[in-house]
Design a protein around this ligand. Sequence first.
Ligand SMILES: Cc1cc2nc3c(=O)[nH]c(=O)nc-3n(C[C@H](O)[C@H](O)[C@H](O)COP(=O)(O)OP(=O)(O)OC[C@H]3O[C@@H](n4cnc5c(N)ncnc54)[C@H](O)[C@@H]3O)c2cc1C
Ligand SMILES: NC(=O)c1ccc[n+]([C@@H]2O[C@H](COP(=O)([O-])OP(=O)(O)OC[C@H]3O[C@@H](n4cnc5c(N)ncnc54)[C@H](O)[C@@H]3O)[C@@H](O)[C@H]2O)c1
Length: 451
Amino acid sequence: MSERFDAIVVGMGPGGEVAASELLKADQRVAIIERELIGGECGYWACIPSKTLLRPPEAQHGAAQAAGVATPALDWPQAAEYRDTMIRHLDDSAQVSGYQDKGATVVKGPGSITAPGTVEADGRTLQAERIIVATGSDAAVPPIDGLDHVGAWTNREATTLTEIPVRSLVLGGSAVGVELAQMLARFGSHVTLVELADQLVPGEEPKVGELSAAFLQDDGIDIRVGSGVDQFTRNGSSTTARLNDGATVDVDQVIVATGRTARINGLGLDAVGINADQKGIPIDDRCRAGDGIWAIGDVTGIMQLTHVAKYQARIAVDNILGGNRRIDYAGIPRVIFSDPEIAAAGMTEQQANEQGHHVAHVTVELPKTLARPWTYESEPRGEMGLLVDTGEDVLLGAWAVAPLAGEWIHLASLAIRARLGVDHLLDFVAQFPTYTESYLLGVEQALKRKP
Ligand SMILES: Cc1cc2nc3c(=O)[nH]c(=O)nc-3n(C[C@H](O)[C@H](O)[C@H](O)COP(=O)(O)OP(=O)(O)OC[C@H]3O[C@@H](n4cnc5c(N)ncnc54)[C@H](O)[C@@H]3O)c2cc1C
Ligand SMILES: NC(=O)c1ccc[n+]([C@@H]2O[C@H](COP(=O)([O-])OP(=O)(O)OC[C@H]3O[C@@H](n4cnc5c(N)ncnc54)[C@H](O)[C@@H]3O)[C@@H](O)[C@H]2O)c1
């Protein structure tokens, strides 16, 4: 016998959770289906444990950087214990009962779409005119000779680790690779970071890659950019990686951080005529994937970030509830929670040029121009860049590698999204002494460069 609902949400990571919560607030009859833990990758094996484990060494480093503070010691067992609390000891029973209390029908098990409007899970047949697919992504493991046989960790094992490996090789030098490499190095592992592209964080400006490599090297990380691994070989408890320049590195643990693939296997998308691949389910600007089907979050492959999954959830639900809301990805922040933080919003110079904009790309060395870096750190660091469209006088992009950059990048996000004229930024008064004061300096420089 089938059970009927107004909407079914398949996958309860941050995207699914926001979608289900918004639907429940609107008094919809909602079924939620989760095959593992409500909270998803983000809550248990990604954002939350990684940020929790990065914080103790950041606090230690912060103390060392502030004149007049004795440096505190790191305590791995306590850090791991707090991480376990933050990931709820991999137990979502409070989430299950929380959604039940709000009126949702909670089904634990993999969901599969068997016909338009029909999902099967845990032996039950659920029906609704609206289905939201929010099944997330898995770690992509590259086809490298021997990699399958060396017990490599993905983000799952790396974020739930109980002991710090003596020597680690992190494959992939973007968000996951940079965060995990720094966390491991600061807890005492000898880390080699191998990135195929010729810079770290290749989606960002080359300067961001350079600055990131410099501070990671200060943590003792051996960085190999423009480099891949041809072969992994296990020798007892040790692994030898042969790099593509012929060099070899011996490590105890390999960690794969080379991107994600959409979780679509077994979802039954064929039953509703959706053509998806490992990159994701195609959606329109209302997050619709087909008749009666919406897709949100990592499974769409658009911007695999929690805040994007949550934003897409709100757009999908508003449209489901009769609204007419289009999504806009402009200016969404991208932050890597290393120390110092790496933050960016909007376009890179290359993307702006490809789109035919005339741009001034200016950089501000924060300790040379601001007071805040000196009050914050005894050896102040940090640089930021702005990309201004000199024809239209609007901000197109911004980046910063600096303390707290993940907070103050949001001013750029708003300016880019609102297409705020840079004259507003010239007349914008930031609190003294803050890192945010750098925007005025950057915009002044950019306007001087106008033809
Ligand atoms: C190490 C790491 C650190 C990260 N840190 C950050 C960060 O700091 N900030 C940030 O914005 N992003 C971060 N991300 C990215 C972030 O984790 C994802 O963008 C986010 O989890 C996507 O949310 P989602 O709801 O789309 O998917 P997920 O969180 O992957 O959740 C999807 C859910 O669907 C379930 N599911 C899958 N298939 C089925 C099925 N057939 N039936 C039922 N349930 C199913 C899964 O079990 C899962 O619970 C990080 C990623 C990694 C790997
Ligand atoms: N703080 C955050 O918001 C945060 C943190 C972690 C992850 N995330 C998100 O999670 C997603 C996944 O992150 P990611 O860093 O795994 O993926 P990614 O796709 O962003 O980067 C993968 C990196 O691995 C490199 N690479 C690919 N194959 C390789 C190989 N064989 N050898 C060496 N290098 C190789 C790529 O050049 C790239 O730099 C991203 O969307 C990211 O934004 C966000």
